[in-house]
Design a protein around this ligand. Structure first.
Ligand SMILES: Nc1ncnc2c1ncn2[C@@H]1O[C@H](COP(=O)(O)OP(=O)(O)OP(=O)(O)O)[C@@H](O)[C@H]1O
Length: 120
């Protein structure tokens, strides 16, 4: 029983890793976000940000990339179940994209709070 449980969890981790790699390989928007995440991490070291700021920054990176991943999955489901144009599909996709927009806005605000006083 515990062995089955552990192998099941390991399989789950393998699938989620494969999904993450596929996401980064195939989605242009997540590639951009990944690039921004690397740049902002370099900025974090350059400006020697505090432990709390690292936590906020890392959470923002995770928030944006998680929202983008879920948005991509929702788009994929929408295209699969209804490949043709439909007003409701459009609204569903807009809402999913809106969630990414909210996450990105929060990330920009937090980046501003951290870096604007250091740069100007
Ligand atoms: N089947 C559809 N029916 C109605 N509107 C759609 C449909 N597909 C896309 N749209 C509209 O076009 C917008 C962009 O959708 P799309 O699936 O092309 O996403 P995207 O922003 O190009 O993302 P990605 O670049 O990741 O594919 C949606 O937010 C929606 O308003």
């Amino acid at each position: 029983m515990p062995i089955k449980f552990i192998t099941g969890r390991l399989k789950g981790m393998k699938y989620s890793l494969q999904g993450g790699i596929q996401l980064i390989r195939s989605e242009a928007s997540i590639q951009v976000q990944f690039g921004v995440a690397i740049l902002i991490t370099i900025a974090g070291f350059y400006y020697n940000i505090s432990r709390t700021e690292w936590i906020a920054q890392t959470l923002c990176i995770g928030l944006v990339m998680t929202a983008e991943g879920l948005n991509t999955a929702i788009e994929g489901i929408a295209d699969f179940i209804h490949p043709d144009f439909h007003e409701k599909i459009g609204r569903i996709k807009d809402i999913a994209a809106g969630a990414v927009g909210i996450a990105a806005l929060i990330a920009v605000i937090i980046a501003g709070i951290i870096y604007i006083p250091r740069i100007f």
